[in-house]
Design a protein around this ligand. Structure first.
Ligand code: HPA
Length: 276
């Protein structure tokens, strides 16, 4: 890791600390089409990525880029409304900068959300899936390069990349409010093209239940810094070759919009039960 990475993380963390509000206990990254959660926070304060030091500014339609601080169910949060993707050409250091700054602020848990394609036969568009583990199929990691011991160890453990206790808690909250929640392994592919049917068959053999182009770098960076992670995929489409039709970003956005209300409710209920 370059010296400049640590400096960037610190400068961003300082700028986020200076936004008013209670000290955030939970960090949240909102995926494609799932940004609406941040619009209903109590006492929100926000800053566009472009107004913050070193934050990359996304050019993807539907990925508004803002940091929002506020409360949900009495729990102070910090939210990335719109994430940064490696396929846009950013380095993984840039992709995870926001999450690293969140971890420096002292959050106790990171919630990562994404839109994904369903591979497992039981998954349908509109389903929610608790991520229990991941496959990093990109060959890249935000930890590539010299390690910065101020952030974490050289060889961080990934046995519990997705915290079991928090994940089971999420399942309990979902079942209490009658929200079905699947469970599965998320495969991280580089994109930006969607997968081929042959790639999806390969991913299924490898044990993947859903596929997407995000989340894994952030989880690796947060685990490096010792922060517990919970992941939720919103299944927006059947993966290539399973779907009878071609895949499109508009289908992804349409499904995300359709389930937005229930997604927000699940997140609200879950967050409200976390430690303040
Ligand atoms: N593949 C990769 N990324 C995705 C998909 C998909 O099918 N759906 C939403 N994001």
């Amino acid at each position: 890791m370059k010296e400049s990475t640590f400096k960037k993380v610190e400068e961003l963390a300082t700028a986020l600390r200076e936004m008013s509000g209670q000290e955030p206990k939970v960090g949240l990254v909102l995926g494609s089409g799932l940004g609406a959660f941040a619009d209903q926070l109590d006492a929100p304060v926000s800053k566009e990525y472009g107004e913050l030091p070193h934050m990359p500014v996304s050019a993807v339609p539907g990925h508004s880029g803002r940091m929002v601080r506020g409360c949900s169910g009495g729990v102070p949060l910090i939210v990335m409304q719109g994430r940064v993707h490696a396929y846009e050409g950013w380095s993984l250091d840039d992709v995870v900068l926001g999450v690293r700054a969140f971890c420096r602020l002292g959050i106790g848990a990171l919630i990562v959300t994404n839109a994904g394609g369903g591979i497992h036969v039981d998954l349908r568009p509109g389903d929610f899936m608790r991520i229990t583990d991941h496959l990093n199929l990109t060959g890249d990691s935000p930890l590539r390069g010299p390690n910065d011991d101020r952030l974490g160890p050289r060889f961080p453990d990934m046995s519990s990349a997705y915290d079991r206790e928090l994940g089971e808690h999420l399942e309990m909250v979902a079942s209490r409010c009658g929200q079905s929640l699947r469970r599965g392994v998320y495969a991280y592919m580089p994109g930006p093209s969607y997968e081929t049917p042959a790639e999806i068959r390969m991913l299924r053999v490898l044990g993947a239940d859903a596929v997407g182009m995000s989340t894994v770098p952030e989880v690796i960076a947060a685990r490096h810094m010792g922060v517990r992670c919970v992941g939720i995929s919103v299944i927006t489409n059947l993966a290539a070759g399973i779907s009878p039709s071609d895949l499109s970003h508009s289908e992804v956005k349409e499904t995300a919009t359709r389930v937005e209300g229930t997604f927000i409710k699940l997140l609200q209920r879950f967050i409200a039960t976390l430690e303040r």
